[in-house]
Design a binder for this molecule. Sequence first.
Ligand code: UD1
Ligand code: MG
Length: 451
Amino acid sequence: MPIALVILAAGKGTRMKSDLPKVLHQIGQAPMLAHAVQSGATLEPERTVIVAGHGADAVALAAGEIDETAQVVIQSEQLGTAHAVDQARAALEGFAGDVVVLYGDTPFVQPETLERMLTARAQNDVVILGFHAADPARYGRLVMAGDQLDRIVEYKDATEEERAISFCNSGLLACDAQTLFDLIAQVGNDNASGEYYLTDVVELARARGLSVTAVACDEAETMGINSRADLAGAEAVFQARARAELLEAGITLIAPDTVHLAFDTVIGRDTLIEPNVVFGPGVTVESGVTIRAFSHLEGCHVSRGAVVGPYARLRPGAELAEDVRIGNFVEIKNAEIAEGAKVNHLSYIGDASIGAGSNIGAGTITCNYDGVMKHRTKIGRGAFIGSNTMLVAPVTVGDGAMTGSGSVITKDVEAEALALARARQENKPGQARKLFALLKARKEKRNQEAG
Ligand code: UD1
Ligand code: MG
């Protein structure tokens, strides 16, 4: 059965108190909308329609990055969830199959749950996803009649008796597209909110003699995000899940609660992650790597056997080959570090390539920026860069070359050459003794004057 996803994301999210549309707030460093699209993607949808409203331009831009095939439709006035789904009508013209409605602010619905909804769909015309709420609060209540769902009553419209029901509506729904749009056309707005409720399709379907059921899922999956506190709670849920998945996959986290992961972090088995490591987006780490404490990684790749940190920073475009060593207070950006090379202390390597087995001394800086443009530094294989070398790019250091400590290298160094670019040392015999005596006398005099 072909599937089309309709993801509702037009709401304002007033309680976020933000200029950013709610669905673009991030969890695991991806917009919550991306999480909703990702869980829906497991159904291999033929079409994905995102209904945007508040901040529609920003949502459309983000939607293009999340899934370039997604269509974005605009709901210019938020007249209710049925009205929102109705905005997808034209985008789904000619589509024959099931529509699955998701919410952009409900990011944690599990793929298995969506599968269960579709399984139930095989026997029913309409399937609603429900959950048993610990605190049903203001959720819509599911009024069951045996194994059929009789109707959904919104909290505002419910009687005391209906409010006592704890089986609640998550908002997710699956239904044949044609049937759904026919039913939506009949939905009115004569209710406590004056809105077009998607939940009304249940009663309308039943009136037509169609079968409607509700599938239950874990309450944690339907967690909606309405405030910054909810967002922080959702982040905690995401992190807990992501850490558990890594542990399950054979990665050692010494202090899992202190490791922060992104939505797309990939780590190979037998890698060891020490405490307080942060992963930004776009990081892949192979097997048998050690990431030591307090390191920060984003947009980078770390190959087998490498050791990174403690206190290392790998920025976008850092590509570490096998057995590379990156030590404390070292920043690497847009640079390839070839097999077995070492950058162990207090260095900045940006817009550079470093050949296999080269050793970069403490305090080495690639001066990659001239105030206007960025330039590259190339270092060959087996080179030795002396401590505190400034490499003023664009510059090339050949295979097996050396630079003397403290050099400011502005010209290319050919293979196997030694480059010295610093003032020549001069020793003055006895001069230190004289200078000490002079300084001590001055201090004595000053103390006497002060009484
Ligand atoms: C809705 C359900 C309720 C359910 C609850 C679960 C209805 C009438 N009620 O209520 O039964 O328990 O969700 O969280 O469906 N949206 C639009 N356009 C609109 C209105 C809403 O895109 O015109 C989007 C929102 O951005 C949000 C979702 O639809 O993602 C739900 O809207 P919301 O206003 O939060 O509905 P609730 O009142 O919470
Ligand atoms: Mg809501």
